[in-house]
Design a protein around this ligand. Structure first.
Ligand code: GRF
Length: 201
């Protein structure tokens, strides 16, 4: 049985991407991480991916100026060309247009460092600390047109401990991100119906 080919979209360090690539090396894993795309050539995650033997491309938004959809069309063309079936956003720091979200509906995942629907957006750890939350965590969800929204596939909760600062809390959450993202992807990949040859329909 061919495994669904997965692309990971990043903008930065790529630790979730790395966790996905390493998890997918297990023989019984239900997906193949076939491609990494960053919107910036400076993303450290690109070199990490290449070092792990995964094709990694920068598709800069700069040539497209304010035309976000045109940038997404360039990304989508590569995704289709590489036979990608599932897209994982992992620290991809651009807001998507309805075009790309619509193209990949039900087959695009995101990881967010909070217990959604609490704390969508940025600075989730700082806001959870400031609010005196006893617990915090992370969420894997399907991507819809609303940022950090969409059906939840997996969540993990961590305690907020006395003396926590943002870095300590972020590290505790990140450990869980690296656990639940590969698990949620594997589960979705098992449900994806692949056409003949494994390529995207
Ligand atoms: C993670 O905290 C993820 O939840 C958020 O952005 C961060 C990306 O980190 N969406 P990394 O690039 O995966 O290390």
């Amino acid at each position: 049985m061919p495994k669904p080919r997965v692309a990971v979209l990043i903008s930065g360090r790529g630790s979730n991407m790395e966790a996905l690539i390493k998890a997918a090396r297990a023989p019984g894993y239900s997906a193949e991480i076939a491609l990494v795309i960053s919107n910036t050539a400076e993303a450290p995650g690109l070199e990490i991916a290449r070092g792990l033997g995964v094709e990694a491309l920068a598709i800069s938004a700069k040539p497209y100026g304010k035309d976000r959809e045109a940038h997404e069309r360039a990304i989508d063309a590569v995704l289709v060309e590489r036979g990608i079936a599932i897209v994982c956003l992992a620290g991809y720091m651009r807001i998507l247009t309805p075009y790309l979200v619509g193209r990949w509906a039900g087959r695009m995942l995101n990881i967010h460092p909070s217990l959604l629907p609490a704390y969508p957006g940025l600075d989730t750890h700082g806001r959870a600390l400031a609010a005196g939350e006893p617990e915090h965590g992370c969420t894997v969800h399907l991507v819809t047109e609303v940022m950090d929204d969409g059906p939840v596939l997996a969540q993990a909760t961590v305690p907020v401990l006395p003396g926590d600062d943002e870095d300590a809390l972020a590290a505790r959450v990140l450990e869980q991100e690296h656990r639940i993202y590969p698990a949620a992807l594997a589960e979705l990949a098992r449900k994806i119906h692949l056409p003949e040859g494994g390529a995207k329909p």
